[in-house]
Ligand binder design. Structure first.
Ligand SMILES: [Zn+2]
Length: 186
């Protein structure tokens, strides 16, 4: 069972009734969702979205759940980054899975208008002007999920260092060496 399926189960039958909206943006309007009851859901298929600080397009699934004070974003996304192979230093493209649960906090309760302060012990992001921007969350999780020392291939040969060897030695030097031997013996 995938994390997504577990989520659907825990959210009950309602999850199956929520239509999936396709979007090509990481900027999502949540002003209506914020006015809906706790437990309300939105499901999105993100298709090739670009965002600030992201090298490549982002695709995958996103679910937004209205909690008592915030929106819980559950994302299962993929994107790619370019990096250098830690062994041969050639450029490579890494496909990354970017999965996270993050809360987005509105500045005020959408219904009562009362100012809301995120609890200090909890992390998360802000709802700004009725929208959430997933770019920064994705950027942070990309940084966390990329390998410290990526390899272009399991059998990467590493850096090709030209080492001097007898076979590669200039044949003219070999001739000179012979000459020296004969003059020394004179
Ligand atoms: Zn390599």
């Amino acid at each position: 069972m995938t994390a997504d399926e577990r989520h659907d189960q825990s959210a009950g039958a309602a999850a199956g009734q929520v239509p999936i909206r396709t979007t090509a943006s990481l900027l999502i309007n949540v002003s209506t969702l914020l006015q809906e009851p706790i437990g309300s859901l939105r499901r999105f298929e993100i298709d090739g979205a670009r965002g600030a600080g992201l090298q490549s397009a982002v695709s995958g699934r996103l679910r937004l759940l209205r909690t008592d004070q915030s929106l819980l974003a559950t994302a299962a996304l993929t994107t790619s980054v370019t990096d250098l192979c830690g062994s041969c230093l050639n450029e490579l493209v890494l496909e990354l899975d970017v999965d996270f649960d993050e809360e987005f906090w509105p500045p005020a309760d959408a219904i009562t208008g009362m100012a809301l302060e995120p609890p200090p012990e909890r992390s998360g992001f802000s709802v700004v002007d009725g929208q959430i921007d997933l770019s920064e969350a994705v950027r942070q999780y990309v940084e966390m999920s990329r390998p410290m020392s990526p390899r272009c291939a399991e059998d990467c040969p590493g850096l090709e260092i030209e080492e001097p060897s007898e076979e590669r030695a200039d044949p003219r030097w070999a001739a000179l060496a012979t000459l020296n031997l004969t003059t020394e013996g004179d």
